[in-house]
Each structure stands twice: as C-alpha cells, then as structure tokens.
Design a protein around this ligand. Structure first.
Ligand code: SF4
Length: 260
C-alpha cells in the first residue's frame, strides 16, 4: 500500500472511539494560546520522504501540537527541538515547523508514531497501541529503502521491536534494551535495519537536561554514519572503533511513564 493510501486510512480511523472523542473535544475546547486556530482534531498520519532510508518513530501526537496542526511534531516544543536537529543533520529542508503550509520537506527521512491520536496525559493504553500498530507495519512496508529506525522514547522502541519481529527480522534479544544512543542490528536475509534508541524530545526531557542538543545531534550523526557506511555495520564493533558508546548512553528498562 502506498503512503498516501495509508495516510487516508489513518485520518478516517475509528478503531479507538474514546480517543477520537477525546481529540475532537480538545479541538473544540482548544488552549488559550491557540484560541484562534482551527484544530485538526483527527488522527495524524506519517510525514516525510517516500524514499526515506531513516524512519523516526515517536509516541503520539501532542494535544495542542500535531493534533492542532495535523503534521507530526509540528507546532509544539517537541518539534521545536526535533526539526532543528533534523535540519542540522541534513534530513530537513528548514529548522522550523509551524504548520503544514510552512514549506518544510524531509529528505531521506519519514516521521511516524506508535499511536496516531493524541492520548490523555500523553499515555496511550496498551489496547490503543495495539490498534494503531498495523499502520506502523504498513508504513514500514511502504518504505523499502529503510535502513535505520530512530525510536524516540521507550514506548516507540517497544513498538519498533514488535514491528521488526512481525516482519521476520532477527536480532539478539538481550541487546534489545532501551538506552539513549543504543543500537540494535537486525537482519532479514541480506537486508539490515539498525534501530537506534533516543530519549524523546519532549519538553520534560529537554527542559530538565535529560536530553540535550549534543545528545540528540549524536543520534542523527550516527544515523548518517550508518547510511554512509552501509547499515550492516556491527554496532558493537563500531562502538569499539569510536572508543566507547555514546557518553550519554544509560541503560534503562522500557518505561510507560515517559512523556512524549
Ligand atoms: S490511535 Fe490509531 S488506531 Fe486508534 S483511532 Fe487513532 S489512528 Fe486509529
């Protein structure tokens, strides 16, 4: 299925009636700062280059960010941190993302999420994540050039692990642990996809210094390195070659308490 067809299905999706009611309510009530805006108020489809070699997977739309603008990471603090990093790494045509008519284009990158409707308190339920998972699989299938996936946060990481398993990729399960800067090499026949884990660029993470600009830039620098060398490079060998894993790497169990 083509990305446009998937996007059309996502926008019409009613698999989670409570979520659809919630995002419609948010769109009606709005936020004081955006009282003059026409909210999107529907599921938010993926966005980016149909020939992408890198896919970013977030958690879910922000209630007053992409639920307002209709494009991932557009119009909120997370996007204000993400798109400048993508621009510096050469994946975005401009650093700012304010609305879908701002001219932003992605080059070699595609952005999607584990859930496509903004959930209350930024926490989709396990059932909502299961309901939305087939769209992630369809997007993956529609992007045959993908070689690197960047998971933004532990919930997105879990969704990508499930995706790679679903599509028959092999990997060392003991290495599939969410840690900022960690890499998981997965293979299926002659194809290799490397999963890179990153903290989510939520305001909570960036304001507290849990995720800094250098830490985030290192993620996309590494994605570019993998693409330049061929993503089949062994991450452990690459880490030894660089002297160590990224200094910000800290092993953490997947957590559902993380904000998007
Ligand atoms: S979260 Fe996903 S599955 Fe649920 S209604 Fe929104 S688009 Fe559909």
């Amino acid at each position: 299925m083509r990305l446009e067809q998937i996007a059309a299905q996502v926008v019409r999706c009613q698999r989670c009636p409570e979520l659809r009611a919630y995002i419609a309510q948010v769109a009606r009530e709005k936020k004081r700062a955006h009282m003059g805006s026409d909210y999107w108020g529907k599921p938010v489809p993926g966005f980016g280059d149909p020939h992408a070699s890198v896919m970013l997977v977030g958690l879910a739309p922000g209630a007053h960010g992409s639920n307002r603008t209709g494009r991932p990471f557009t119009g909120d603090a997370s996007g204000d941190f993400l798109y400048p990093a993508l621009y510096r790494a050469g994946f975005a045509s401009q650093p700012n993302a304010t609305d879908p008519r701002d001219g932003l284009q992605l080059r070699g990158a595609f952005i999607t999420a584990a859930a496509r409707c903004a959930p209350p308190a930024n926490k989709p339920t396990p059932q909502e994540l299961r309901n939305c998972f087939p769209y992630l699989v369809e997007e993956f299938d529609a992007l045959p050039r993908l070689r690197v996936i960047v998971a933004l946060g532990a919930i997105a990481y879990g969704a990508v692990i499930k995706l790679l398993r679903e599509r028959g990729f092999s990997f060392d399960p003991s290495a599939a642990v969410f840690a900022h800067g960690s890499e998981l090499r997965t293979t299926k026949g002659r194809r290799t996809v490397v999963l890179i884990a990153s903290y989510h660029p939520s305001r909570q993470n960036t304001n507290t210094g849990k995720l800094t600009v250098p830490m985030f830039d290192a993620i996309f620098t590494r994605a570019n390195e993998l693409l330049a060398r061929g993503a089949d490079e062994d991450p452990s060998r690459a880490a030894r070659a660089r002297g160590s894993v990224h200094p910000s790497s800290r092993r953490e169990p997947p957590s559902s308490s993380e904000t998007p």
